[in-house]
Ligand binder design. Structure first.
Ligand code: ATP
Ligand code: MG
Length: 443
């Protein structure tokens, strides 16, 4: 890397190109991103649009950062670069620009590339269409393996993957699929329609990208064909794009669980605070509900001040166990496993888990409190309250995301902080309710 930087600084084009182009495109992209704008501008002079396209195909940046990089380049250079990128990646870049700018690049590039990109630009974000690419290999059924191999050889360089060869009829409808392995091991004179698989698994162009990821995972394919409602082959989605989808969706769910709109690792403190504050303010008021509840038990608390000592323990523990079962439920929902039966099974299982957890923690705390304070009834109260609280909290953690899902609210949205606060309220009610009921024994 140092050598490359040095060659760049010394304006030694040949050495720079020789060293730089030896790197894997991902490493080239990493190097590119780490440079200052001035150095990057020099790179544009030293590299061809095609070579820059390879870098952009591998850039691992926030989508709104494309704009910054493009602003350093010459418009016609950008157009040529976009034309040579994989169409699906070029669409990702163009989607970040305003319509006018995107259109101007499209007019500057060749018709063929422009058409391919334009076709993809129509599809809504987060659908199969938005992540597919049109660089696939398709052949007809009534030809021999030999002639199919010739087509494959001709198109291999420009296809995103050559591992699956899709078979279409004269109307461009998807009728079969072959793996490269199957093609290679067949006799040259065999007909494609005799060796192809005609039970093709495909996804609809407007299907959600999460569903595509699930299908890819379930069937273990390296690529899936994308079709429209009339089964016309429109494109393919390869597993590398699905890996991105999965990590995108996971970090999405994760940040929602924590009540942050999106993962704000790169934002300024002010921006980050703005994103997180709305939920915190709502939770602040929910916290006031808890405070108000406690103040209603003021009389009990005054008579038995020691009760206050265990509030954080009971509320905290119910939050912890609720978050645990919540994680299980959200994961379940994200995996698409929500048939009626499995829902009930999950709730019953969580309830039993809650009983076991509650009984264990309750017994432990009972003994600890008795040894510590030498008060049998106090130990009993804290133990029973913890038992009841943990059982209820565990069920709540599983139930609330399911209810949210039913109400068509994304269960991952802030159910984390929400559960914690709900469980606070439940635990305070149980704890002080029990204490007030059995006050006579405690005094
Ligand atoms: P195997 O693992 O069985 O040896 P393979 O390694 O050649 O096969 P895989 O990627 O494992 O290829 O694909 C398994 C089979 O699935 C292949 O026969 C392939 O033709 C078929 N196939 C690929 N894509 C699809 C699809 N979309 N729908 C149905 N079948 C498909
Ligand atoms: Mg295989």
């Amino acid at each position: 890397m140092e050598k490359i930087t040095k060659a760049l600084v010394n304006e030694n084009i040949d050495e720079f190109r020789q060293l730089f182009l030896k790197l894997h495109p991902y490493d080239r992209a990493k190097f590119y991103v780490e440079q200052s704008p001035e150095v990057r501008k020099r790179m544009y002079y030293y590299l061809s649009p095609g070579e820059m396209a390879e870098i952009f195909d591998h850039l691992d940046i926030e989508e709104d950062e494309y704009k910054t990089y493009l602003s350093e380049m010459d418009p016609s250079f950008i157009a040529q670069m976009l034309a040579q990128m994989y169409a699906d990646n070029a669409v990702d870049v163009l989607n970040e620009l305003d319509k006018k700018e995107a259109a101007s690049y499209l007019t500057m590039m060749g018709d063929e590339a422009a058409k391919e990109i334009k076709d993809l630009l129509h599809y809504k974000e987060y659908t199969a269409g938005s992540i597919m690419t049109t660089e696939y290999i398709a052949i007809h059924a009534n030809q021999t393996v030999r002639s199919a191999m010739q087509i494959l050889k001709k198109e291999a360089l420009h296809a995103e993957t050559i591992y699956y060869i899709y078979v279409i009829n004269e109307h461009k409808q998807l009728v079969g699929v072959l793996s490269l392995r199957e093609l290679i091991v067949s006799d040259d004179d065999q007909m494609i329609h005799d060796i192809m698989n005609d039970q093709v698994v495909s996804v609809l162009v407007d299907e959600d990208q999460e569903d595509v990821a699930r299908k890819m995972k379930d069937y273990d394919f390296l690529a899936l064909p994308v079709v429209d409602a009339a089964n016309h082959l429109l494109g393919i989605i390869t597993v590398d794009d699905i890996v991105d989808v999965i990590s995108e969706e996971a970090s999405d769910d994760y940040s929602k669980l924590a009540g942050v709109a999106d993962v704000d690792i790169q934002r300024s403190p002010l921006d980050a605070a703005k994103k997180r504050l709305p939920w915190l303010i709502i939770l602040l008021f929910l916290g006031m509900v808890t405070a108000n509840l406690i103040s209603r038990f003021e009389e009990t608390l005054q008579k038995i001040a020691i009760l206050a000592v265990f509030i954080p323990l009971i509320a905290g523990m119910s939050g912890n166990t609720g978050t645990q079962s919540l994680a299980v439920a959200v994961r379940r929902i994200a995996m698409g496993d929500f048939s009626k039966e499995s829902k009930w099974k999950m709730i019953v299982r969580e309830a039993l888990t809650g009983v076991i957890i509650g009984a264990t923690c309750g017994s432990v705390i009972m003994v600890v409190v008795y040894i510590w304070k030498h008060e049998l009834f106090l130990g009993l109260l804290v133990g029973v309250a913890l038992f009841a609280t943990l059982t209820v909290a565990t069920v709540a953690g599983a139930l609330i995301p399911l209810i949210m899902y039913r109400l068509r609210i994304d269960p991952a949205v802030a159910s984390g902080p929400f559960i914690t606060t709900i469980n606070d309220i439940i635990s305070i009610l149980i704890y002080f309710g029990l204490a007030t009921m059995f006050m006579n024994y405690l005094l």
